[in-house]
Design a protein around this ligand. Structure first.
Ligand code: ADP
Ligand code: ZN
Length: 301
């Protein structure tokens, strides 16, 4: 019987990860597939889940953590559907319905970054915290915002990677976001670093001045988070920051400079090195995010 097991599906731009288990120390099965067109990709994932059901029994729930945008409004006709993604063929794909039509277990859906935040809250670097932010800096800049123990979901999931910021003095590079130019994602994502420097982010020397513009943008994002929802901790990871963990120091300093003594918040004043920290789950945050979505009763509507 597997009534206590959760199945998780992380839908990513290049790979999809399927996991079965109850948490990071109890993963019973894991399969990674290349993301192709929606019909082939979803059929392959359904095949994996079907084989697991036959072998382990039906899971308690299936969690899906997907690249966005996704409609997460339970009262919307498009609930569980992918929105205006540039990924060919994926726009308007009804992911929730695909799995709900094929499996008896409840299906719970969220975004990849909200899933990762839920996983960090359950098993990783934000355990016991009701209010925190998970920031990933990779192909894009994404923020999973948990307030009062729940992901913030208004009329759309927040997209704080696209917040506009005060620019670093003297920096007039227009930024790489196709919608906003110099939003945080347009200044600090891997592709932004590459567009500005003209070389792969992984090969950019540690003393390149481009890093100052990246840490400035991320410190400004942290400022916006502090003055809006005052998270108790900000986890910052993703492909760029996990490869360059020393950047967190400059981000902390930039946040302190930017706040300029405003707000007497103990967490911020007394221990920025405990306030802005790397995520606890590393590369497992993605697949565990899907498992956390499955485990999350409130994600079921
Ligand atoms: P995704 O956002 O698609 O999940 P990742 O979080 O893995 O992807 O981040 C991928 C990004 O990380 C790429 O844009 C890449 O340029 C950047 N990256 C990978 N290695 C390094 C490195 N050593 N230094 C800086 N950036 C890196
Ligand atoms: Zn933008």
């Amino acid at each position: 019987m597997a009534a206590d097991l959760w199945a998780g599906v992380e839908l990513g731009g290049t790979h999809c990860n399927c996991v079965l288990g109850t948490g990071p120390h109890d993963l019973r099965a894991r399969v990674s597939l290349r993301t192709a067109d929606p019909a082939a990709t979803l059929a392959a994932i359904a095949g994996v889940l079907g084989r697991w059901r036959d072998r382990f029994g039906a899971p308690a729930a299936i969690g899906v953590a997907s690249f966005g945008p996704i409609d997460l409004r339970p009262d919307s006709r498009g609930y569980g559907r992918i929105g205006a993604t540039p990924k060919p063929g994926w726009r308007d794909v009804d992911v929730l319905d695909f799995f709900a039509a094929r499996f008896a277990a409840p299906v719970r859906i969220t975004t990849d970054v909200i899933g990762a935040a839920l996983a960090e809250g359950r098993w990783g670097g934000a355990r016991e915290l009701a209010d925190f932010a998970y920031v990933t800096v990779g192909t894009g800049v994404g923020v999973g915002l948990i307030v009062g123990g729940r992901p913030v979901l208004g009329c759309h999931h927040p997209e704080l990677g696209h917040v506009r910021i005060a620019r670093l003095a003297g920096d007039e590079w227009p930024g790489s976001c196709p919608f906003h130019g110099d939003c945080v994602e347009g200044l600090a994502s891997g592709p932004a670093i590459e567009a500005r420097s003209g070389r792969a982010a992984a090969s950019l020397p540690a003393d390149s001045p481009v890093w100052d513009t990246v840490t400035h943008a991320l410190a400004q994002l942290a400022h916006a988070l502090v003055v809006s929802v005052a998270p108790r901790r900000i986890l910052m990871g993703g492909g760029v920051l996990s490869a360059r963990p020393h950047l967190l120091g400059a981000i902390r300093e930039g946040l302190a400079r930017s706040l300029n003594g405003y707000l007497r918040i103990e967490e911020v004043a007394s221990g920025l090195d405990r306030y802005i920290v790397p995520p606890g789950l590393g590369a497992l945050a993605g697949p565990l995010g899907a498992l956390a979505a499955a485990a999350d009763d409130a994600a079921r509507r």
